[in-house]
Design a protein around this ligand. Sequence first.
Ligand SMILES: Nc1ncnc2c1ncn2[C@@H]1O[C@H](COP(=O)(O)OP(=O)(O)OP(=O)(O)O)[C@@H](O)[C@H]1O
Ligand SMILES: [Mg+2]
Length: 329
Amino acid sequence: MKIAFVGKGGSGKTTLSSLFIRRLAAGRAPVIAVDADINQHLGAALGLDEEEAAALPAMGARLPLIKDYLRGCNPRITSAETMIKTTPPGRGSRLLRIDEDNPVYAACARTVPLDEGAVRLMVTGPFTESDLGVACYHSKVGAVELCLNHLVDGRDEYLVVDMTAGSDSFASGMFTRFDMTFLVAEPTRKGVSVYRQYKEYARDFGVALKVVGNKVQGQDDLDFLRAEVGEDLLTTFGHSDWVRAMEKGRPPRFELLEEANQQALRVLQDAADASYEQRDWQRYTRQTVHFHLKNAESWGNARTGADLAAQVDPSFVLDERALAAPQPA
Ligand SMILES: Nc1ncnc2c1ncn2[C@@H]1O[C@H](COP(=O)(O)OP(=O)(O)OP(=O)(O)O)[C@@H](O)[C@H]1O
Ligand SMILES: [Mg+2]
């Protein structure tokens, strides 16, 4: 299951994704956690100290390796240089699974032990001022997008991405890559404005979007969110002393998280799990191709000097059967 946490800066994406990840890990599910947020804090939220977090390998710096592995012996992708973030898999491509060892995880993932269970953590790497212009920012998040486009995940295994709700993810199609998107919103006008924008994009692509209220303190906050987002409001988190203690570097055991917040996490997992029924690999593959053609035309062809539309393998569908096909050595 592919799950994204998005929302306005400071809304609590990192906090709620880290709690959700802890819950999944405590249930012994295989989990890959991905930090694709502009502010890279997921490692710290999962308990790494500054030095450990700084030592995490950046996916953005390992794009050539990622591309070379994923393209495998796909005859339509002749070099890593012509592979852009939206290049779809086809016959001969290497696919990823959540619970396996492969060179991409060996290079980009680190195991983070939690007080119950453990997760693999991958990070895009810190964003600098110049990244936020255009090109490099694309390439950093692009590493995540390539992995998502080559991932065949099953029920009861999870990839959880902490990410920004920036326009970048709309241009590339990143926002269509998830079984469930949790939009974290504080009960403020700014908090829900990001929801409106996201909803607009999501509608045309059948994106499953639920709003998770955060720092909700009573009936008035709840009424506000209900009035603004209606039935898209899934659940809410209140202020958490457990989170405050963690921020001070003294995380209590996870089982000591407040009962109301534990309950909200259960609601998130139930919603994520239920979205499996809506999964449609054909549509997923079609959308991959749609955004690839769009990106090829708007900048990819010019950038690479190749006709990137030719990378599309018309007979390929990303699903469990593709996984069963012989993979390149
Ligand atoms: N439910 C909560 N209870 C207590 N503190 C919270 C809660 N949710 C978030 N916080 C605190 O609010 C701050 C912002 O949260 P967080 O870093 O998770 O937001 P974010 O959306 O990831 O922000 P950014 O856009 O900067 O990445 C943090 O200091 C966090 O500890
Ligand atoms: Mg964050």
